[in-house]
Design a protein around this ligand. Sequence first.
Ligand code: FAD
Length: 489
Amino acid sequence: MRKTLVSLSTEEFVENIAEVARSRFDCQTFPQENLSADDWTLLVKAGVLLPAIPTEFGGRDSHVEMCRVVETLAEWNLPLAMYTKIITAVALRPIALRASEEAKREMLPLFATDDPMICGFASTEPGCGSAMSSMTTTYEEVEGGYRIRGRKHWQGFSSTAHWWLVSAKNDRDGRKYGYFIVKRSEGFRTIRRYEPVGMKVLDYGLNEIDAVVPKHRKIDAPERNLSAMVEMLMAPRSMMAALACGFLRRIEREAHAYANSRRIGPVPLADIRFARYRLTSIEAAQTICAALNRYLMTELSVKSEMTGSFPAVQALKTVCTELMLRAAHHYQQLVGGEGYRCGSPTNIAGQAFLDTRVFTIFDGTNDLLSQQLTQFCLDNRGDVALSGFLATSPLTAPGVAAHGVDLSFLDRDLKQEHLVLGGRAIAYTFAITQVMAWTREAEDGSLNRAKAAIEFLKADIDGIARQFDLLTTGVLDADDRQSAQYVSP
Ligand SMILES: Cc1cc2nc3c(=O)[nH]c(=O)nc-3n(C[C@H](O)[C@H](O)[C@H](O)COP(=O)(O)OP(=O)(O)OC[C@H]3O[C@@H](n4cnc5c(N)ncnc54)[C@H](O)[C@@H]3O)c2cc1C
C-alpha cells in the first residue's frame, strides 16, 4: 500500500485523499469530537503525512502536495485540515529540515507507516503566547543529553501526541533558546484537559514537562534569539492560504445553495440585494484566498528555509484568516436561526463560525503579526516614506500602481496602534497584487470575480485610512476636559 502511494502522480494522490475526506469526514455529518485513532489511521493510510516526509524515509517530500492535502481536507472538514497541518507543517517540517540524521532516522520513518502517529508543537505557556521571550520552560545539559522542565498549554494533541517538538530556554551563559524532540514517554504529561469552543477534533490541555532527551534530539537552530521559532512558524502560517482556499470554496458553495433554496416570502433569499452583497463578499474572500494560495504554491516552498519570505507570510496568514472569519460570519447571518443550530441538516454555518473564530488568534495572533509587518517595512524602507517604499516593493507595487491605492496615510509618526492597522493595509495591498497575478493565469470568467475581490480589498484599505482619522480624534487618550467641551450643547 505504502509503495503504491509513493508512486502515484500528484493528481491521483490528492484525489485519493479527497475521496476519503468526502466519503468519511464531511463536517456536515462527522461528529464534532476528538478524532479517534481509527479515523486518524484511515487518513494516514491515505497518505496525508507523506508529503512532509523526505523520500529516503518513505515519504513523497513535496511542498505542493503538503499544501494541496490541507486545501482538500479543509473543503470537507476544516479542523481535520488543521490537525494534519500541525503535524506536517508545524512539527515534522522543522524536524525534516533541521534535526540531526540520527534523530530523523529514529523518528521520521515511523510517520511513513500505516500507524496513526501524532507529533505536536509545544511552545505556548500559561504565562506567554505572543511574547515568547517570557517563556519559563528551561533546558540544561546533563549527562547523556538535556533535561527540559516546564509547563506548556493549549497544545493541539495535548493528551494524544506520541512525539513533541518543545521550545525551551537556558539562562546560564546569557539567554539561549533550544528546540528538542521529546517522546511523550520521556516525561510529557497532560495534567488538565481544556474544552475548546470549536475545533473539537483536536484535544487540548495544560501540559507538564520533565524529560531527559538524548543529545542528538536537539534541533540545529540559532540560539541567541527567537529567529528560529519565527522561521519554524512561517510554514504553517503561509499554509493558511491553502487551508482558507479549500474552506472558502466549500462555504461559497454552501452559502449559494442555501440562499437559492430558502424562500423569504415570495422570493428566494438569493434575490434580496443585501443577501447578494453578503454572497459577493464570500465570493471575494474565496477569490482572494485562491490568489494567495497560488502565491504559496508557486512562489514559496515550505521545504526550504523561509526567513526571506517574512513579509509575504505575515500578509498571507493575516488576510486569509480574517477572510475565513468574515465569510463564515456572512454565511451564518444568511442562514438565520438555522445557522445557530448544532447538527442542522440544511447547513454547516454554526460549526464554520465556531471553527474559524480561533484562526486570527493561534499560529501568531493577527494583531501582533500585522504590527511586525509594518515594522519590517519601516526597517527596510531606507530614506523613503513608507508609502513610497510600498509603491516600489515587488510585493505591493503592482497593486499600488494599477489601482491607485493611496497609502500616504501611513506617512506619519506611527504609534503601536498605527503599526497594527498599517500592517493590515500593507497585507491587503499585497493581496491586491496577488489577485492581479492570479487573474493572469485563471480561467475564463474569473475577471468579474477578480474585479469584485480587488474592490473589497480597496474598501478595506479605505476603512483603515478612516480608522487612522478616528485615532487622531484622541479616542485612545481620553481627556475629561476636552471630552466635556465636545459633548456640551
Ligand atoms: C485552539 C488552539 C490551538 C492551539 N494550538 C497550539 C499548539 O499546537 N501549540 C502551541 O504551542 N500553542 C498553541 N496554541 C496557543 C496559541 O498559539 C496562543 O493562544 C496564541 O499564540 C496567543 O497567545 P496567548 O493565548 O497567550 O495570548 P496573549 O499573548 O495573551 O495575547 C492576547 C491578545 O492580546 C492581543 N495582543 C497581543 N500582542 C499584541 C500586539 N502586539 N498588538 C495588538 N494586540 C496584541 C491580541 O489581541 C491577542 O489575541 C493554540 C491555541 C488555541 C486557542
